[in-house]
Design a protein around this ligand. Structure first.
Ligand SMILES: [Zn+2]
Length: 273
């Protein structure tokens, strides 16, 4: 499922693909990715992409004609570039460019969203204003992380995935960051020491950097789609050996999602390693 790194790679690809080119036709199929009058509005967009900003897992498209789109990749959404006339599986919406390429928004499960809105209003949309600090776009210090997450009464991993506290982390990168920081996902944020927050902020950076390197390239591949090796340190490794110490990785449900942790590297009670 796309999280901050995957959405950032989508942003970089789109900026590169649009560079120097104009959108000559926008198409939208009749799916739940668009609601109400959104399809008709989407098809009116024309011209150059003047900016594409990522906030957490959202993409804010601004076009020179004043149109904008708030995009979310959902669970399986991705942008791919093809020559005009080429078929793309699960293509739901398309930007036709003046260079003979088509940028498809492909989304098998259709939890993604494309919400047209005036470009000037994107940053003031409620869902965007509600986002917490973005570790990549805004930078994040240990103190800012402690302030944003430390007051949560929820388990640490659930609090890290709360987009209103920190924007962009999901089930994969929250689990990976906690493993890197030697912190158990079920720790309560209020029990963390300044050293824990320092390790965690560093671990979040490393996990995002790793995700960016992993997804670099033209064709995004998500782990859930199969066909690729699991590149992660702990995520998806339940009942297998810990990549660091060899202990058996545990998996357990947490707020409705499966969480992975090494019982030795990420002790429940103790502080740190
Ligand atoms: Zn371990």
């Amino acid at each position: 499922m796309p999280e901050l790194p995957e959405v950032e790679i989508a942003r970089r690809n789109l900026v590169r693909w649009f560079d120097g080119h104009r959108l000559v036709r926008a198409e939208a199929d009749d799916t739940r990715i668009f609601r109400g009058a959104e399809r008709a509005e989407f098809t009116r967009i024309r011209g150059r992409l003047t900016s594409l900003v990522r906030r957490g897992k959202y993409l804010l498209f601004a076009f020179e004609d004043g149109h904008g789109v708030l995009g979310h990749l959902g669970m399986t959404g991705k942008f791919v570039r093809r020559k005009e006339g080429d078929e793309v599986r699960f293509s739901r919406a398309r930007f036709h460019l003046d260079d003979g390429h088509v940028l498809h928004f492909a989304d098998a499960r259709m939890f993604g969203r494309m919400e047209p809105a005036p470009a000037a209003s994107l940053r003031s949309l409620d869902v965007v204003k509600a986002l917490g600090r973005d570790p990549l776009a805004d930078g994040l210090t240990a103190g800012q992380l402690a302030e944003a997450v430390g007051t949560s009464k929820q388990d640490l991993k659930v609090a890290l995935m709360d987009q209103g506290r920190i924007a962009g982390l999901g089930n994969i990168h929250a689990a990976e960051a906690l493993f890197r920081a030697h912190l158990h996902p079920a720790r309560k944020p209020s029990t963390l020491t300044p050293d824990d927050w320092k390790r965690l902020v560093q671990a979040i950076r490393e996990s995002i950097d790793f995700g960016l390197e992993e997804q670099e390239g033209e064709e995004p591949v998500y782990l859930e789609e199969g066909g690729s090796e699991n590149p992660f340190l702990v995520y998806g490794r339940g009942d297998g050996p810990c990549s660091r110490c060899g202990s058996t990785v545990e998996s357990f449900p947490q707020a409705g999602r499966t969480t992975y942790a090494c019982p030795k590297c990420q002790p429940r009670g103790r502080v740190g390693k």
